[in-house]
Write a protein that binds this ligand. Structure first.
Ligand SMILES: C[S@@+](CC[C@H](N)C(=O)[O-])C[C@H]1O[C@@H](n2cnc3c(N)ncnc32)[C@H](O)[C@@H]1O
Length: 136
C-alpha cells in the first residue's frame, strides 16, 4: 500500500498534494505537449493517475475530437474528484475511479498517458501496469 492509499491520510493532505501536482503540471505541460503527437484520428485517451486532470485537459485541447478519461483512486476522501469538479469540467473529461494495479482498463484506448506514476510502484508492478496499458 502506498502513500496515496493510506486510510489514515487526511483529506486536507490529499487536497494540498493534488493542488501541488496541478501547479507543477501547469509548468510542465507547455514543453511536454510539444513532445507528444497523437494521430488526428485518436478519440479515446486514458490518463492513468490523472488526478487533477490538467494533462487530460491539455491533450484534449491539442487534439480535436479527443475524449480524455482521468483514471484515479477513489477511497475515503475524494479530493481529486472535488478539485476536478470545483473548477468545472468544461473540457468534458470523464472520471473513472479505480486502482490501476488491480483493475482492467478495457479495450478501445487510442492513447494511454501516465505522468509521474512509475516511481510509486516497484518493478513488478510497473511491468504489469505497462503490459495492461498496451494498446489492444
Ligand atoms: C504523483 S501523482 C501524479 C498525478 C498526475 N499524473 C501528475 O503528474 O500531476 C500520482 C497520482 O496517481 C494516483 N494513484 C496512485 N496509485 C494509484 C493506483 N494504484 N491506481 C490509480 N491511481 C493511483 C494518485 O491518487 C495520484 O493522483
Amino acid at each position: 500500500m502506498d502513500v496515496h492509499q493510506k486510510a489514515s491520510e487526511p483529506s486536507w493532505y490529499q487536497e494540498i498534494y493534488t493542488r501541488a501536482m496541478r501547479e507543477a503540471a501547469r509548468m510542465i505541460i507547455p514543453s511536454l505537449i510539444k513532445q507528444i503527437t497523437l494521430p488526428p484520428s485518436a478519440k479515446r485517451m486514458l490518463d492513468i493517475g490523472g488526478a487533477h486532470g490538467e494533462y487530460s485537459r491539455a491533450m484534449g485541447a491539442q487534439v480535436p475530437g479527443l475524449k480524455p478519461t482521468v483514471f484515479d483512486l477513489g477511497g475515503r476522501s475524494p479530493p481529486r474528484r472535488t478539485s476536478f469538479n470545483q473548477e468545472g469540467n468544461a473540457a468534458g473529461l470523464e472520471l473513472k475511479v479505480g486502482n490501476c494495479l488491480l483493475d482492467d482498463f478495457g479495450p478501445g484506448w487510442d492513447a494511454i498517458l501516465m505522468v509521474n506514476m512509475v516511481h510509486l510502484f516497484d518493478r513488478e508492478q510497473n511491468l504489469n501496469l505497462f503490459r495492461k496499458a498496451r494498446p489492444r
